[in-house]
Design a protein around this ligand. Sequence first.
Ligand SMILES: C[S@@+](CC[C@H](N)C(=O)[O-])C[C@H]1O[C@@H](n2cnc3c(N)ncnc32)[C@H](O)[C@@H]1O
Length: 233
Amino acid sequence: MNRPAHPNGLLDVNREEEMDFSAPGVHEKNKANLNKYKLTAYVYDILDFPWELQYRHWRPGLVGDIRGEVMEAGVGTGRNLRYYSDDVNLTALDFSPSMLRRAMTRARGARCRVRFLCEDACRMVSVPTGHYDWVVATFLCCVIPTELQHLVVAEVSRILKPGGRFRLVEMIHSKNSAIRARQNLFAPFVRKVYGAGFDRETLRHVEESGDLQVTATRFLKHDVYLLIEGIRK
Ligand SMILES: C[S@@+](CC[C@H](N)C(=O)[O-])C[C@H]1O[C@@H](n2cnc3c(N)ncnc32)[C@H](O)[C@@H]1O
């Protein structure tokens, strides 16, 4: 597929040979997940396919209205990329070089400018403070270990401009007993393959952050797929 031309004639997707895939400063407690994704990256899109059948209906609405300087943290294989407007300058961050390589391929279908960054979302060492209009993360925080949730939330807050906005989508435990039983069945698989859990309480960490204000929450499906939106005070 040909990449649609950006109105400015610009499509500055990093060339792979220009990328630094060293993921500097990955937190010790994120290294197990980083290792996991060395393997998971090869099968990610195949394993995730049944879920992606529903996610793909949500993705245009999750990023299509966003404009300006945008950080997508935990970009994965780049499933959101094609839905960003051409008014977006996107930084696509992930700590896994193998996932980023897949996202780079998918960026050929994107209308926005994309720059890739291989770093830990809990320590975005080369990302300037107060730079972004938006931070987006879909299914990232449910992978970040509980004890590091405060770090990723602090980084979201640090890199946003005052008045900048964020949108997070996470999976959480359902209160419905039938759904919860299904989650319990899948939990070992989800933990082993994606490093993810339903117990991360990202919303609580965001609410406890002094600098971020939650403006809306809603479920995309059941009481499991939680959308958290807010603003940097
Ligand atoms: C479950 S996948 C979601 C991918 C994508 N956001 C989506 O919606 O399909 C989680 C992604 O977050 C990345 N990730 C996990 N922990 C990370 C961290 N501490 N820093 C940066 N990326 C991380 C993984 O490599 C993976 O690509």
